[in-house]
Design a binder for this molecule. Structure first.
Ligand code: PMP
Length: 386
């Protein structure tokens, strides 16, 4: 039997999305594809709750989405503030530095997130052009206080870039209402499409800042100047070419975004919260500790859980033996001490109970003392009452 993929991306995808990938490839100037691409761009705006934004859909992974933000919004000598919650914030800092920014970081211990007040203290000193925040840091499972951070950035007049790779369409986010300038993401997590697409929605303010650049963008592939006419053309129902679009992935994206919007953004965020609560109840019932230090900073899209006393990273293989694929740790200092379970996209109660049951059996087999069924019962209770 096929294992269930419950790592923090890629995840399990809907059959209709996978069917779009298996369909005969259309030409990128085919009228049918133009319709699909144009609709996908409009749907991306809706999913990010960013009606005023300019969407970009580009072939590449989430790291390209980060680069598409950094390369276009900073110039040599600009100052940038990175709110650092782990591995992917480090990556954002590296990208901004590579494009010439002077980066200041405001960090926290692993499992914690800097408070909006702390970040404001830095912003109040002035001089920053841009602030970058990782919505959910996939290495630690930490959820940043993103609404408050975005609002703080807005108050101090900096461009706010939010990395939503492990959050978009899973964690509550209202780009326009909160005032975020870039929401960047990738296809393979809660957006529900296999890996291969970098996605961005960019505010008019950020587009203006880009238009006012003094220096050219130091990458051709990442330059919005190349991509903007393409996105505008497809949305207007016309073909255009800069680099061949990943036709089948764009078709799959259109299907997935349609399904996401049919579920409804608030319903989808609430479902992710309910599933995450059930997982948290299960971890507690087995006496396990999570990496995030409090519920307030715990993501709804994945669980990062410390191995209990006497259990090590071999647990991941044992869980796979029980039919569920989970991931090891990723944080440089702690990676051998915890495992991660992704719970996003089509995740539902059946997946929660299957995953909790598999982890519970694997832990007991590894020598952890826990009453068989206690974790499943706790998750079930949370699902029934939540
Ligand atoms: N940011 C975050 C928060 C991520 O989780 C990831 C991928 N796990 C990335 C960026 C990079 O995305 P990719 O691996 O698709 O390049």
């Amino acid at each position: 039997m096929r294992d269930l993929l419950m790592i923090p991306g890629p995840v399990e995808f809907e059959p209709e999305v996978l069917q779009a990938l298996a369909a005969p490839t259309l030409g990128h100037t085919d009228p049918a594809f133009i319709t699909v691409f144009g609709r996908a761009l409009k749907r991306l705006r809706e999913v990010c709750l960013a009606p005023s934004s300019q969407p970009f859909v580009v072939s590449g992974s989430g790291t390209l989405a980060m680069e598409l933000a950094g390369a276009n919004l900073v110039e040599p000598g600009d100052r940038a503030l990175v709110v650092n919650t782990g591995y992917f914030s480090d990556r954002m800092a590296k990208i901004l530095e590579r494009h010439g920014a002077q980066v200041t970081q405001v960090g926290a211990k692993p499992g914690e997130a800097p408070s909006a007040d702390e970040v404001e203290t830095h912003l109040a000193r002035g001089g920053f052009k841009l602030m970058a925040v990782t919505h959910v840091d996939t290495s630690t499972g930490v959820l940043a206080p993103v609404e408050a951070l975005v609002k703080a950035g807005r108050k101090h007049g900096v461009l706010v870039v939010v990395d939503g790779v492990c959050a978009t369409a899973g964690e509550s986010f209202h780009q326009d209402a909160w005032g975020a300038d870039v929401y960047l993401t990738a296809s393979q997590k809660a957006v529900g499409v296999p890996p291969g697409l970098a996605l961005l929605t960019v505010s008019p303010r950020a587009m203006d800042a880009w238009r006012k650049r003094r220096t050219p963008v130091a990458s051709v592939y990442a330059d919005w100047a190349e991509w903007l006419p393409i996105m505008e053309a497809y949305e207007a129902g016309k073909p255009a070419y800069f680099a061949t679009p990943p036709v089948n992935l764009v078709c799959a994206l259109d299907v997935s975004l349609g399904q996401i919007l049919a579920e409804g953004m608030e319903a989808r965020f609430a479902r992710h919260q309910r599933m995450a609560r059930a997982f948290r109840a299960a971890w507690r019932a087995m006496g396990l500790r999570m990496l995030p230090v409090s519920d307030a900073v715990t993501a709804n899209t994945l669980s990062a859980v410390y191995y209990p006393e006497g259990v090590d990273a071999a647990l991941v293989g044992r869980v796979k033996g029980q039919g569920i694929v989970v991931a090891g740790g990723l944080h440089p200092e702690l990676k051998t001490r915890y495992f991660r379970v992704g719970h996003m996209n089509r995740v539902g109660p059946t997946d929660v109970l299957a995953a909790v049951g598999a982890v519970e059996r694997a832990l007991i087999a590894a020598g952890h003392r826990s009453e068989p069924g206690a974790a499943v019962a706790a998750a079930q209770t949370a699902l029934v009452t939540g």
